[in-house]
Design a protein around this ligand. Structure first.
Ligand code: SAM
Length: 218
């Protein structure tokens, strides 16, 4: 099978899981935005990109934005945010959140492995992904890496939140440092930080062992 067709088929399978999750109102990842150890570390990493600049800080891309819990935070801080997601129901919730927050945020329905086709634009200084990359397979990851490189500024920073690699059935299989390096050959990992979800029992049982990877374009 041609790589693009394989990618499309894999994307469709993965999207179905998320469609179902949003349809039944199961989106526990959103709670992390209100979990200080996790949110604090992520916001600390984001603040590093703001240091020495005044708002507006430039263009930020929220990959797999979901209901835009992080996209809205970025917009409130002074980033010009575009959020992309493949699940329409997630984007409907994102629109409500954006409206309630009274911020400007562009929402795009599309695939993170085909960013140009989705029309997200280019010149992004910051890319944030809380939980999408680590659920993709190798073909999709490679495509995402290529597409992210194509739409970002030469001095861009990316923050990826990944579970540790492990078989977890229908749940994301996670990604190692090596997986991240393989998918983003034009980028350098500068920091790896614990993404602390304690005392989340499910995370402990399934050994999510979550990490934030900070990458810079080389
Ligand atoms: C774990 S959720 C995280 C959502 C959001 N970032 C958050 O932290 O609340 C992963 C998100 O990635 C989206 N997603 C999965 N595969 C995708 C793909 N190929 N393209 C775009 N979005 C995708 C899902 O619909 C879901 O909203």
């Amino acid at each position: 099978m041609r790589p693009e067709r394989q990618r499309d088929q894999d994307t469709e399978e993965e999207a179905m899981n998320y469609r179902l999750a949003y349809a039944i109102g199961f989106h526990p990842w959103e709670d992390l935005a209100e979990h200080p150890p996790f949110a604090g570390k992520l916001l600390e990493l984001i603040a590093r990109e703001e240091d020495g600049y005044g708002p507006p800080y430039g263009r930020a891309l929220d990959l797999g934005t979901g209901s835009a819990v992080w996209g809205v935070r970025l917009a409130k801080r002074g980033w010009e945010v575009t959020g992309i997601d493949i699940v329409e129901k997630a984007l409907r919730r994102a629109r409500e959140r954006v409206e309630e927050a009274g911020v400007d945020l562009r929402l795009v329905h599309g695939d993170v492995t085909a960013l140009k086709e989705a029309g997200v634009g280019s010149g992004f200084r910051l890319v944030v992904d809380t939980g999408t990359f680590h659920g993709l397979d190798d073909v999709q990851r490679k495509a995402m890496g290529r597409e992210v490189s194509a739409v970002t500024a030469p001095d861009a920073t990316m923050i990826l939140d990944c579970f540790a690699p492990r078989r977890r059935g229908q749940l994301p299989r996670g990604a190692s440092r090596g997986d991240v390096e393989q998918a983003f050959p034009d980028w350098e990992i500068t920091d790896v930080e614990v993404a602390d979800t304690e005392p989340d029992l499910l995370a402990r049982l399934l050994r999510f062992d979550e990490r934030f990877y900070r990458l810079r374009r080389e």
